[in-house]
Design a protein around this ligand. Structure first.
Ligand SMILES: CC(C)(COP(=O)(O)OP(=O)(O)OC[C@H]1O[C@@H](n2cnc3c(N)ncnc32)[C@H](O)[C@@H]1OP(=O)(O)O)[C@@H](O)C(=O)NCCC(=O)NCCS
Length: 166
């Protein structure tokens, strides 16, 4: 496959935001490239990585190694005490033309390996209607621990997923 994963360069962030904004679920949730770029740049705890095949950007993942409960709190979620803090995977995408080639799996493994150095677990959110991604995450050992209704958009339900990394 000849895939390289590395930190995104500052000058690549706008292009990544444009690619992501043009994909579901972000398009369906009406996230613009300006919204996404603002999030990439404003949240300094969030690290953005890209997967490259030769010189082409094939996918991206964003990860916080810790502080997931703060992020979930900002979405109005109060998790049960038994779920202590962990890392958080924000945006995971294999770009159009690169899906179904294990790029999503490679990016997820990469984000989990980095997170596991500081956190014993990792969270993410996935839209209820995004059945393909939900199956993908279940396949990778994530389990649903909660749901947030009317999240990000009226009528949208986000499932909170957790994976133990220890
Ligand atoms: C979800 C996504 C990241 C998966 O990445 P991908 O590179 O296409 O998937 P991979 O090729 O790595 O698949 C890895 C495994 O998951 C399974 N899988 C992938 N997509 C799947 C789907 N839609 N339904 C069921 N299983 C799926 C594959 O069968 C594969 O299994 P295997 O390892 O036994 O062969 C990608 O399809 C994507 O970017 N989707 C749009 C954006 C999105 O929804 N992101 C998640 C937001 S929370």
């Amino acid at each position: 496959m000849n895939l390289t994963i590395r930190p995104a360069r500052e000058e690549e962030l706008l292009g990544i935001a444009e690619l992501v904004a043009d994909m579901d679920p972000w398009k369906r949730l009406e996230k613009t490239s300006a919204d996404l770029r603002k999030i990439f740049v404003a949240d300094t705890l969030r690290k953005v990585f890209v997967a490259c095949q030769r010189d082409l950007l094939a996918g991206t993942v964003q990860v916080r190694y810790a502080g997931a409960l703060g992020r979930l709190g900002s979405l109005g979620v109060a998790l049960d005490e038994k779920y202590r803090d962990g890392g958080y995977i924000h945006v995971l995408a294999a770009f159009p033309g690169f899906q179904g080639q294990q790029i999503g799996a490679a990016l997820l493994d990469y984000a989990e390996a980095l997170t596991s150095e500081v956190s014993p677990r990792v969270y993410l959110c996935v839209s209820e209607v995004n059945t393909g991604a939900r199956k993908f995450y279940e396949h990778h050992g994530y389990r649903k621990i909660g749901a947030i209704e009317n999240c990000l958009m009226q009528g949208n339900t986000e499932y909170i997923m957790l994976k133990d990394l220890s």
